[in-house]
Design a protein around this ligand. Structure first.
Ligand code: SF4
Ligand code: SF4
Length: 389
């Protein structure tokens, strides 16, 4: 949880959290301080949600600020908007913390431009798996409401949500906090100078949230502790499961190579993926030779290499959103594996994905001062060669 950068305000929640938040968003749009909003709306069939950018305040009544499921990771919506360049209008996006964190990762990769974006988050109780929502939206909404109230993802939530420790205020410009205080109101907390300035411009005539802030913080800390304990258990199991090459083989033995996990991942950033490229196409002769040498090979090839390759590429940016597990047709716990490995790689580089603390994404750029070290590593790796530099 990051710290507030200014005085928080309290929104009246007598008519419910969603109504209260919609009222604030309408006021924001009508004040002219924001040109448009990016929010989830239910699709006409009622069995999913879509991201909509709207500037008609009348449409806000149709928005669902706290959607029960997560069909398209929000960072992908942000990328589609600003990949080419920043827009002229100031746009505010309200998304789950893992979506905003993925957006921040993409901004470090030059794939999202946050210059004219106001990033807003809310306390996230978790999300229902997309398949559960699509197969029975009414039951999924009911299940969602149950853990939305407690803030504790249960067996009906995406498995990763129970072990997520970044479910509340992250490095967003504005955060809406309601855990532990919902009966008294919803906190509007500025998280950056940009967020503070925006709230100042709005001149909200509402009560100060200074008194509720410690109550909310205590609840978030309590929930974080619970989720941390689950995370430790999940990671311990995952570490055991994927240990060694046989472990990885066992976990991914049912993988059908559909690459769904990759296409839904918000931080799988390569513009041209090796696994979809010409270079990845295998020569039949080489495959037959390999089969002769080993007695047999599995087809399609490279299933484990696909996952290890992806891990090597993007585990520094994995935000544990769970979209990969959600999209896997054969129920492989992809997100558990990726989150576990991500925690190790991020720890190695003293880096935390989704933080907007000025730290660049490790390995993205070389500093000139780092080059002699790299040169030495290469020299040492050469057969028989030990660098004397
Ligand atoms: S690897 Fe999975 S959990 Fe990690 S960011 Fe991608 S979709 Fe989310
Ligand atoms: S979504 Fe599942 S089956 Fe498809 S490539 Fe990923 S792990 Fe394999």
């Amino acid at each position: 949880m990051t710290e507030a950068t200014g005085t928080p305000f309290v929104l009246n929640t007598d008519k419910g959290l969603e109504t209260s938040l919609r009222g604030f968003l309408r006021q924001l749009l009508e004040s002219g301080n924001i040109g448009a909003l990016i929010l989830p709306l239910k699709v006409p069939s009622g069995d999913s949600f879509a991201w909509i950018m709207l500037n008609d305040a009348g449409m806000i009544d149709d928005a669902v600020p706290f959607p029960a499921t997560m069909p398209v990771q929000g960072a992908k919506a942000l990328r589609s908007l600003t990949r080419k360049e920043r827009g002229e209008l100031t746009v505010m996006a309200l998304m789950r913390p893992c979506e905003i964190r993925a957006g921040i990762e993409l901004s470090k990769l030059g794939q999202v431009n946050t210059e004219n974006l106001i990033l807003a988050t809310y306390d996230c109780a978790g999300a229902v798996p997309l398949q559960s929502y699509v197969s029975d939206p009414a039951a999924a909404e009911k299940n969602f409401k149950e853990f939305f109230i407690t803030g504790e993802p249960d067996q009906n939530a995406k498995p990763i949500c129970a072990s997520c420790t970044d479910f509340s205020m992250v490095d967003s410009d504005i955060h809406f906090g309601y855990f532990g205080v919902r009966e008294k109101g919803m906190l509007v907390i500025p998280g950056t100078v940009r967020g503070t300035d925006l709230l100042k411009k709005m001149d909200l005539q509402t009560a100060s949230g200074s008194e509720l802030l410690p109550v909310w913080k205590a609840e978030v800390e309590k929930l974080t502790e619970k989720r941390s304990s689950v995370r430790k258990i999940v990671f311990k199991k995952t570490e055991k499961d994927i240990s060694g090459f046989t472990g990885m083989l066992n976990v991914f033995e049912n993988c059908i190579g559909c690459h769904n996990c990759q296409s839904v991942c918000p931080v799988c950033y390569c513009r041209l993926c090796y696994f979809g490229s010409e270079a990845s196409r295998t020569n039949p002769e080489a495959m037959v030779n390999e089969a002769v040498k080993r007695g047999g090979i599995s087809l399609p090839p490279d299933r484990i290499m696909f996952h290890t390759g992806r891990l090597a590429h993007m585990s520094l940016s994995c935000v544990s959103c769970g979209q990969c597990t959600d999209a896997c047709p054969v129920s492989i716990p992809v997100a558990d594996v990726f989150s576990f490995v991500a925690e190790q790689t991020q720890h190695t580089f003293e880096y935390k994905a989704g933080r907007n603390d000025g730290k660049p994404l490790p390995l993205r750029d070389f500093k000139k001062s780092e080059l002699p070290g790299v040169h030495k590593l290469v020299k040492d790796a050469e057969p028989g060669g030990t660098s004397h530099e």
